[in-house]
Design a protein around this ligand. Sequence first.
Ligand SMILES: [Cu+2]
Length: 211
Amino acid sequence: MRLLPLVLLLAVAGAFAQNHAEHEHHKMTVDKSGVVMNENTENLPRDCEKIEAEHEFEIFAGRKYANDIPGTIFGMSETDVTVAPCSRVTVKFVNEDQIRHQWMVHGLPKYLYPAGMFHIEAMGGQTMTGTFIVPGEDKNYLIHCDMAQHMEKGMRGQLVVGSGSGDLWSVPGVSDSFYRSSYLTTRVASFVALLAFVAAFAVTWACRIRS
Ligand SMILES: [Cu+2]
């Protein structure tokens, strides 16, 4: 029994070491308000000679930003963020809900951003600010919240560098409809309505001929 404290200590140390190993390739700032991962304030992407512009955005997250968009529960005040090539982008992410939300960008160069990702996570009611530098190429990057079901329920956007590479699908307020399935359903519904109209017309016409 005298060994028990030692065993417990080793177990805790082991868990800590493992946790640390999983995250050591990401650069993280963590405090009680949230997390900023892979922040980059000065390392230039390979296709940039200098910082060409500075951008600052204040982006709000919360249920109330989903109000105008059918089928969504969560939202962001801006789903379409446009920046200059080789610019430094600072995002102040304000979470107005009582649950955690994230502002996560994917597809950035992996030599600067482990897993190609920059991300800000704010606890409920908290604000977190983070900075990163975008490459020079015209491209659209996916922005989303990675909490379970949040992207599906509306937390999806795009970061457009320069003239971009084409709108991503299902971006609330940008691409036509949030769900591809509901887009199809709308078309099917229109088709059925049209068929019904034609059928009614044909029947009326047929009755007239008979009388
Ligand atoms: Cu979220």
